[in-house]
Design a protein around this ligand. Structure first.
Ligand code: NDP
Length: 477
């Protein structure tokens, strides 16, 4: 046995992770259901390092040093279970099985329990950064046992992205914590992309600017607080010209956004935990709306707008307003995502360090951004921070942009530009900071029709009013 680690599943992601490991001087055992992929990897990239290819899974396992560490990088879902079922009988106590695919975290919880019962370590790990990241340094979010991290962690840290010399990989927490955090990462990615798309639309409709001009604005924004991978690629996309038509590329792309499901999972979990992740939810529904073809056809040209053409008086003021509104909305979306991590951590007993999550998202992954440093700092100041927005830095940052944010949301409403994520983020901000919410009325209604009881502002205990009788109030025991 010579290999330090093995990878089974050598499509784009597995192939690149294996190459990345080999380039970091690890001896990498290789296996894929269809052996041709293994052969082509060694043929094309054999000089990346030392590979030990095997056609049979038995030989693959036999080539691994103990404790054996196997990364599974196959299509998420049934394929992962199929591979685990084949692999497990070949392993021995203390071996480590890593699922680096995009598993749904409840599956990871189930698999971890099953493998733990057999004396194996099962590590569900999030990997973000696509093919490029897998090869050159992804952000890695491993869960499972802390004990397994002693063997696995140093290897994953080696191949992860580095920011200021710090690896974008850390132990996340037990069970499904790693895949959970990856899921929320993707949910935040949905929100971030939707906010950027709304900012683009506002600039387009408010200023009548061309895609390329807006590309210039995004490129400029990428030099400040908003600096991030997504803002950078937005500038790039907006500058791109379609070769076939000579039009701006963005204008020849059909306006229907697809999704693979991680946004939906995040929203479903937000509902389960009762965490208002409105930015992620609006972003997920906005994609759904874009794909609601019959509804859009029925509405287009039929539903009136009752708006005049948008007249922006001062271009520079408007651009700055959009920038500030984008930043403020983004803070809300991230704040909500980190709330969801905190809620899940408490619910499932994971003890996740939110500051560390922001740290490992600074590089390698899709939402990598300068601003994540600020989030890490906020949780370093107060690890139990109940609301990211309540950290002094973020409170001030949002307060600075508040007037801009209100002008933009009001202007969008008045001019019929849909801004679900900008608007709902502002509504969340006003809701969470409200002295008193109309929830009091809802609770009274619930007591009226369903005797669901209520609590009073002026005394403890639970009360009910006899709504259909003499309206006397009784205190429930
Ligand atoms: P795919 O999701 O396209 O999966 C293809 C791989 O799965 C092949 O190696 C295939 O083997 C193997 N496979 C499928 N079914 C089985 C089975 N029943 N038994 C054994 N092997 C099977 O590959 P990707 O590289 O795109 O992604 C791998 C994982 O990484 C997925 O879980 C994905 O969600 C995740 N991921 C992908 C990212 C990306 O940007 N693509 C980013 C982050 C995570 P064969 O060659 O024999 O068909």
């Amino acid at each position: 046995a010579v290999a330090d680690i093995g990878v089974t599943g050598l499509a784009v992601m597995g192939r690149n992770l294996a190459r990345n490991l080999a380039r970091h001087s690890y001896t990498v055992a290789l296996h894929n259901r269809t052996h041709a992929r293994t052969v082509s990897l060694v043929e094309e990239h054999g000089d990346d390092g030392t590979f030990v290819p095997s056609e049979r899974l038995e030989d693959f396992v036999a080539s691994l040093k103990r404790p054996r560490t196997v990364i599974i990088m196959v299509k998420a879902g049934a394929a992962t279970d199929a591979v685990i079922d084949e692999l497990v009988p070949l392993l021995e106590e203390g071996d480590i099985v890593v699922d680096a695919g995009n598993a749904h975290f409840p599956d990871t919880i189930r698999r971890e329990e099953a493998l733990r019962a057999q004396g194996l370590h099962f590590v569900g790990t999030g990997v973000s950064g696509g093919e490029e990241g897998a090869l050159n340094g992804p952000s890695i979010m491993p869960g499972g046992t802390r004990e397994s991290y002693a063997t696995l962690g140093p290897m994953l840290e080696d191949i992860s992205a580095k920011v200021d010399g710090v690896p974008c990989c850390t132990y996340v927490g037990p069970g499904g914590a790693g895949h959970f955090v990856k899921m929320v990462h993707n949910g935040i990615e949905y929100a971030d992309m939707q906010l950027i798309a709304e900012a683009y639309d506002l600039l387009r409709q408010g200023l009548g600017a061309s895609a390329a001009e807006i590309g210039d604005i995004f490129a400029e924004w990428n030099t400040g607080d908003l600096e991030s991978f997504l803002i950078e690629i937005t500038a790039d996309v907006l500058h791109h010209v379609d070769a076939a038509t000579g039009s701006a590329f963005v204008d020849v792309v059909l306006d229907q956004a697809e999704q693979k499901g991680t946004g939906r999972w995040t929203v479903q979990n937000g509902l389960d935990l009762g965490v208002p992740i409105t930015g992620i939810a609006e972003a997920t529904f906005a994609r759904a709306l874009s794909g609601s073809v019959p509804q859009r056809e029925a509405a287009r040209g039929t539903l009136p707008a009752h708006t005049a053409a948008w007249e922006v008086k001062d271009r520079d003021v408007f651009v700055e307003d959009v920038r500030r509104a984008l930043y403020a909305s983004k803070v809300v979306a991230y704040s909500q995502g980190f709330d969801q991590i905190a809620a899940a951590s408490a619910e499932y007993g994971w003890d996740i360090d939110r500051g560390a999550m922001a740290r490992i998202w600074r590089g390698g992954c899709i939402i990598r951004a300068r601003f994540l440093n600020r989030i890490t700092e906020a949780y370093e100041r107060d690890a139990g921070l109940p609301l990211l927005l309540a950290d002094p830095y973020f409170t001030d940052a949002v307060a600075d942009g508040l007037q801009s944010w209100r002008r933009i949301v009001a202007g969008a409403a008045q001019n019929g530009v849909p801004t679900p994520a900008f608007s709902s983020s502002l509504a969340y901000y006003d809701g969470v900071r409200a002295e008193r919410l109309p929830a009091a009325l809802i609770q009274a209604q619930r007591d009226f029709f369903g005797a669901h009881t209520y609590r009073r502002v002026d005394s403890g205990g639970v009360f009910h009013t006899e709504w259909s009788g003499d309206r006397s109030e009784t205190q429930e025991s």
